[in-house]
Structure formats: structure tokens, C-alpha cells
Design a protein around this ligand. Structure first.
Ligand code: FES
Length: 107
């Protein structure tokens, strides 16, 4: 289990222990984090699992693959540095305490 901190739009902070090997999207969706819709179920085909990764964690994540980048272009107000699709981030112990911010809306 690795603790991931989800900050919902509006500031509600949810600290969730997510099983390693699941994705950040699955950890949020399965625990009812508001605003993680994940319409495609994690297939990198929608962008409704978009979140902003806290600046301190950006460089600890694997690089963005071209397919993720393509979908991020359709996300709501993407930030070139901090935006990620949370279905593409696997939870692992090195991410203990990582903070992700849910955007105002998903499109
Ligand atoms: Fe659809 Fe992540 S759940 S892109």
C-alpha cells in the first residue's frame, strides 16, 4: 500500500492507501474521489482521469508516452509541466505521499 493524496477541486484533501500495482486513477475512482471520472476505464483513450501532479513529484514519474500526450491535449486546461493522466501512473512505494490535484472539470 502506498499513500496517495488526492486534492479535490475546492480543496478537499483525501489521503488514500492504494495497493501497489494499481494506478493512481484506480485508487481515486475506487474510493470515490470527486472529479476522477475515468470514462474509458484506464485505456488512455479519454482524458477524464486528468490531474495536476504536485510540482515536487513531477520529476519522480516516468516520462509521458506519446499516446498519453495526445490525450492530454484534449484535457481541461492542461498544464504542460504538471498534467498527467492518472491511469498511466502505476502506484509504487516510491510515490508514498504524492499529491495530485483534480481539475475543475473533466472533458
Ligand atoms: Fe481514460 Fe485515463 S481513464 S484516459
Amino acid at each position: 500500500m502506498t499513500k496517495i493524496v488526492y486534492v479535490e477541486f475546492g480543496g478537499n484533501r483525501r489521503e488514500i492507501d492504494v495497493p501497489d500495482g494499481l494506478t493512481v486513477m484506480e485508487g481515486g475512482r475506487d474510493n470515490g474521489v470527486e472529479g476522477i471520472l475515468a470514462d474509458c476505464g484506464g485505456a488512455c483513450a479519454c482524458s477524464t482521469c486528468h490531474c495536476y501532479v504536485d510540482e515536487a513529484w513531477v520529476d519522480k514519474l516516468p516520462p509521458i508516452e506519446p499516446m498519453e500526450q495526445d490525450m492530454l491535449d484534449f484535457a481541461w486546461e492542461p498544464d504542460p509541466r504538471r498534467s498527467r493522466l492518472t491511469c498511466q501512473i502505476k502506484v509504487r512505494p516510491e510515490l508514498e505521499g504524492m499529491i495530485v490535484y483534480v481539475p475543475e472539470k473533466q472533458i
